[in-house]
Design a protein around this ligand. Structure first.
Ligand code: SDX
Length: 434
């Protein structure tokens, strides 16, 4: 190994040193391979939140946080948003190549014919209270899939893995729509094979036995775009959860259920719901936008500007830029009397003030994908508590593609981080308590 491909770490307390290899990426930040650090120098690395830690190598998605760039297998998100569809993006993520027309037709046919659920799964919904959050239902029902397909899958068999991946991509919209139907006391609508992915989801959400719901084509296109933009995002918290869960060789349905649970948090996928609640609070309060900006800056106030800031993007989230434009287009499509225009106006005022404020500028805090997405979903008639469910439907392809990449990676092993122990030293059980 030449010197230019290594770093040398010296323990100044003993003079011992170790030479660590530099692993160079095809694009982005090089990494230091610290796997032999403990055995050769007796140290762990310490990196809570993994700000400077690469947990794996991956060829699926690339982010450049400083430039605000996102690529799926090398294709810029802006180009995929303009020219692709969600199911074509699924093929791209799974295979790292765009499908031929024949491959795409075969994939669409497979997904279309896996959208039904085992009828016994319907009974899982009735165990939930009517006011259960749909994300709680998603965690439960997706996890329950492992009871229906668990024995069929050998995770070391590539064919079994691809079948499970197809099942999850195909069934998530049905499970999601039914969580909405159950909460509203509506009969479950079955998927229709003549509808595309986004349209089928809207059909299962809003069609009634008394009348078929024919969605506005603008909504179908906007929802398919939201699915594309949320499909994958490298090693985010929920994807890392799926990888860690899958590293124990748990089945993919259980691993995706764990990913859904992680995504639910307001710091992660739950932010889209939290953004709307924040915008509604602002519009209904007697305070102006500046008041909320000041609260977001106040260390003694837990209030944060939801939809702002990102662990990786220290520039505008490219997805937010695309969604902001679509939001604009949708609201002008719906006409100036659209009831959600006031939320959009407040969001744009918040963005304008924040982007000129030293606190946000100095911390590189910009709108992220969640800042505008909720307004589009609201305009479609999708209720607040379904927003993160939509995110989970889209991110399922990312989760299972990373799961598949991990399982087939010869370097992959069960994830088992270490710690910096700061607890009590060894001591004996007190005599007077024996
Ligand atoms: C998603 O990882 C992914 O890729 C996620 C995601 C994906 O596609 O999977 O992109 C989807 O989860 C987007 C993020 C959605 N979450 C939110 O919008 C919630 C609001 N944002 C924050 O809570 C926060 O920005 C995070 C959680 C997104 C990022 O947190 P970090 O990287 O741990 O940053 P931090 O908390 O250390 O913040 C750095 C500074 C702090 O101030 P100081 O201590 O330096 O003085 O910025 C401040 C923070 O207080 N800050 C904010 C803020 N976000 C960060 N201050 C006010 N409002 C905010 N939103």
């Amino acid at each position: 190994m030449s010197k230019k491909d290594t770093v040398t770490l010296i323990d100044n307390s003993t003079g011992k040193e170790v030479e660590l290899p530099i692993l160079r990426p095809s694009n982005g930040i090089p990494t230091i391979d610290v796997r032999k650090l403990y055995n050769e120098l007796g140290f762990f690395t310490y990196d809570p939140g993994f700000l400077s830690t690469a947990s794996c190598h991956s060829s699926i998605t690339y982010l450049d946080g400083l430039k605000g760039e996102l690529q799926y297998a090398g294709y810029p998100i802006e180009q995929l948003a303009d020219h692709s569809t969600f199911l074509e993006v699924c093929c791209l993520l799974i295979n790292r190549e765009l499908p031929s027309d024949e491959e795409f037709e075969e994939f669409k046919n497979i997904i279309t014919h896996h959208t039904m659920l085992h009828e016994a799964l319907k009974r899982f919904y009735s165990g939930f209270r009517r006011d259960a959050h749909p994300m709680a239902i998603m965690v439960g029902v997706v996890g329950a899939l492992s009871a229906f397909y668990h024995d069929d899958i050998d995770i070391h068999n590539p064919q079994d893995r691809i079948i499970a991946m197809h099942q999850l991509i195909a069934k998530m919209p049905t499970i999601a729509a039914w969580s909405y139907r159950y909460a509203h006391g509506l009969p479950f609508e079955y998927p229709r094979n003549n509808l595309d992915y986004a349209e089928n989801f809207l059909h299962m959400m809003f069609s009634l036995p008394t009348e078929k719901y024919v969605p506005d084509p603008f909504f179908v296109k906007a929802l398919d775009l939201i699915f594309i933009l949320h499909a994958d995002h490298e090693q985010n918290a929920s994807t890392s959860t799926v990888r860690l869960t899958g590293s124990s060789e748990a089945n993919p349905f259980a691993a995706v259920s764990a990913g859904i649970a992680s995504l639910w948090g307001p710091a992660h996928g739950g932010a889209n719901e939290a953004v709307i609640r924040m915008l509604v609070d602002i519009n209904e309060s007697d305070h102006d936008v500046q008041y909320y900006i000041n609260r977001a800056k106040d260390k003694n106030d837990r209030f944060r500007l939801m939809g702002f800031g990102h662990r990786i993007y220290k520039n505008y989230d490219p997805r937010a830029r695309i969604i902001r434009k679509t939001c604009h287009e949708l609201l002008s499509h719906l006409g100036s009397n659209c009831q959600y225009k006031d939320l959009f106006d407040t969001a744009m005022e918040l963005e304008k003030i924040a982007l000129e404020d030293e606190y946000f500028i100095s911390r590189n805090l910009y709108p992220n994908v969640d800042f505008y997405s909720g307004i589009i979903l609201l305009a479609m008639g999708i209720p607040l508590n379904m927003f993160t469910v939509i995110f989970a439907v889209a991110r399922t392809v990312g989760w299972i593609t990373h799961w598949n990449e991990m399982i087939q990676d010869p370097e992959s092993r069960i994830g088992r981080p270490r710690q910096l122990y700061i607890g009590a030293l060894p001591r004996d059980y007190p005599e007077d308590r024996k």
